[in-house]
Design a protein around this ligand. Structure first.
Ligand code: GLU
Length: 466
C-alpha cells in the first residue's frame, strides 16, 4: 500500500476503557506513529441507549493518561447517520441493494418453514429481484444484495486468509425502516471516509469483517488491511475476568502504575520483538509490526506488569517522575505536595525510584522525607532504639555535626563509631533507620542523611537518643 498509514481506535462508549480496548488502541497508535502515519479516534456511539457521555469521557481520560494521542477531533459515528444513509441509497441506485417490504411476521414464517424443511434459516427476501413497479406503498428496509454463490475471503494479517461461503451470508439490512443506518454500514463508511488504511482490532470482529467486506465490494472501495488480534486471557488461560485484571484503565492509574510501564506491558500482550521485554516508546514505535502479533491469546500477568513498571520508574528522569507522582496524587484525590515537599522529593528521587514498582511504593519509600519531627517510631523501630543503641547514637550525633556532608565522610564516621563499640555497621543501621524514619525498612541510611541534610539529621538523631 502506498501513501500514509492511517489507523483508528473505534470504541463503543458503553463502559470504561478496559485493558483489552487500551491494548487495541496502543497497537493502532504504535503502528501509525512508527510510520509517520495518523492515528484517529472514532466514538461508536450509534447505540444511543447504551452510549453515555461519561463513558466517552472515561475513554478520552484513559487514552490521555496512557499518552495515546490521536490526530484531529474525535469523530462521532452517530453524527454521520445522514452520510451512512446516503451510501445505502447509492447502493440502491447501483442495483447493489434493494428495498425489502417483508414484515417481521413474514420473515418469521420463512424461518420456521426453512427449519421444518431443514434448509438454511438465513432469510431470502422475495423482493430481491422484484420489479420496482410492483413495490407497495409501505415501509421498507434497504438490504444489500449479497452474492449467493462463491466465497468471501478475508485477507487477515494475523489470522491468514479466512474463507466464508457466501451461502453463510444473508442480505443484511443496511438501512432500517425508520431510515437509520445499521452499525455494520456505519463502520465501513466511516473507515472509508476517514481514509483508514489499517484496522487492528479484536478477533471478536472477524465475523463482522465478512459482512463489511460485502459493502466494500458493492461500493467498489478498497478494503483496508485487517489484523484481528486474539483477545487477552487470564493467567489460567481462561477468558479475562475482573479477578484477572479486566479492569478499567483508570483503575491501573489509581493503583499507581506508571503509564510508560503500562504501555510497555500492553505492547507485550500479544506482540513480541524477539526476546525484548523492557523497551522505550521509541523502540516500540520502531519495532512494532503486525507480523509480530501472535495467533494465540496473550495471558495477563500482574507480576510482569509490575516488573516492567519498576524498570520504567527507575529509568524516568527525576523531574518527570515528580510530575507523574503529582498527577497520581491528583487522580487519587490525595493532598497535593507543597513546594517545599516537592523540592525534598525531587532531591530524594534518585534513591526512591530504585525498586519502586508503583507510585504508592515510591511514596512509602519517601515517608522518611515527608515525615515531620518528632518522628514516632513504629513497633519494630521502637525496639531497635533500646538504651544501648540510643547511647551509641548520642555518641555519633556530635561527630556527624562536625562531619562534611558527603557520603564518604558519613560512612567513615559511622564505621568509626560502630568499630569503637565492637559492632559491625549493620548493627548500627537499624537504630539509625528507626531514628531517621521511625521504621526499619527504608532507603539506605546514608541516602536518607544526604536527602535530609545535616540539621534535620542531627535533630532527628538527637530526639531519638534523648
Ligand atoms: N466499536 C467496536 C468495539 O468497541 C470496534 C469496532 C471496530 O474496531 O471496527 O468493539
Amino acid at each position: 500500500m502506498n501513501g500514509q498509514v492511517v489507523t483508528r481506535f473505534a470504541p463503543s462508549p458503553t463502559g470504561f476503557l478496559h485493558i483489552g480496548g487500551a491494548r487495541t488502541a496502543l497497537f493502532n497508535w504504535l503502528y501509525a506513529r512508527g510510520r509517520g502515519g495518523k492515528f484517529l479516534l472514532r466514538i461508536e456511539d450509534t447505540d444511543r441507549e447504551r452510549s453515555t457521555p461519561e463513558a466517552t469521557q472515561a475513554i478520552l481520560d484513559g487514552l490521555d493518561w496512557l499518552g495515546l494521542d490521536h490526530d484531529g477531533e474525535a469523530v462521532s459515528q452517530a453524527a454521520g447517520a445522514v452520510r451512512h444513509a446516503e451510501v445505502a441509497k447509492t447502493l440502491l441506485d447501483k442495483g447493489q441493494a434493494y428495498k425489502c417490504f417483508s414484515t417481521q411476521e413474514e420473515i418469521q414464517a420463512f424461518r420456521e418453514k426453512a427449519r421444518e424443511e431443514k434448509r438454511s434459516t438465513l432469510f431470502q427476501s422475495p423482493w430481491r429481484d422484484a420489479d420496482p413497479a410492483d413495490h407497495p406503498d409501505a415501509s421498507y428496509v434497504i438490504r444489500i444484495k449479497a452474492p449467493r454463490e462463491g466465497q468471501t475471503v478475508i485477507r487477515d494479517e494475523v489470522q491468514g486468509d479466512v474463507t466464508i461461503g457466501n451461502d453463510q451470508l444473508d442480505d443484511m439490512v443496511l438501512l432500517r425502516s425508520d431510515g437509520s443506518p445499521v452499525y455494520m454500514l456505519a463502520v465501513v463508511v466511516d473507515d472509508h471516509d476517514m481514509g483508514v488504511t489499517h484496522v487492528i482490532r479484536g478477533d471478536d470482529h472477524l465475523n463482522n469483517a465478512a459482512r463489511q467486506m460485502l459493502i466494500y465490494e458493492a461500493m467498489g472501495w478498497e478494503v483496508p488491511v485487517w489484523a484481528h488480534i486474539p483477545l487477552i486471557h487470564g493467567p489460567d488461560g481462561k477468558k479475562l475476568s475482573k479477578r484477572h485484571g479486566a479492569l478499567g484503565v483508570d483503575e491501573y492509574q489509581r493503583m499507581g502504575y506508571p503509564a510508560a510501564g503500562m504501555r510497555n506491558y500492553l505492547a507485550r500482550l500479544g506482540w513480541s520483538h524477539g526476546d525484548d521485554e523492557y523497551f522505550s516508546d521509541e523502540q516500540a514505535k520502531a519495532w512494532f509490526d503486525i507480523s509480530g502479533i501472535g495467533k494465540s491469546p496473550a495471558r495477563f500477568d500482574f507480576k510482569k506488569l509490575e516488573n516492567l513498571c519498576g524498570q520504567h520508574i527507575a529509568a524516568t528522569p527525576d523531574a518527570a517522575l515528580l510530575q507523574e507522582l503529582r498527577a497520581y496524587l491528583a487522580a487519587t484525590g490525595q493532598a497535593p505536595l507543597d513546594d517545599a515537599t516537592a523540592d525534598l522529593m525531587l532531591g530524594a528521587m534518585y534513591c526512591l525510584k530504585d525498586r519502586a514498582k508503583t507510585f504508592p511504593q515510591l511514596l512509602e519509600k519517601a515517608e522518611f522525607a515527608l515525615a515531620r519531627r518528632p518522628i514516632a517510631p513504629d513497633e519494630k523501630a521502637a525496639k531497635a532504639l533500646d538504651s544501648v543503641s540510643r547511647g551509641i547514637l548520642s555518641e555519633l550525633t556530635p561527630q556527624l555535626q562536625n562531619a562534611s556532608w558527603t557520603r564518604d565522610e558519613l560512612e567513615a564516621v559511622a564505621s568509626r563509631v560502630a568499630e569503637a563499640h565492637g559492632i559491625g555497621f549493620g548493627k548500627l543501621a537499624a537504630p539509625l533507620r528507626a531514628a531517621l524514619a521511625g521504621r526499619t525498612v527504608t532507603p539506605s541510611v546514608f541516602d536518607m542523611m544526604l536527602v535530609l541534610g545535616r540539621d534535620e539529621t542531627v535533630a532527628r538523631l538527637g530526639e531519638a537518643s534523648a
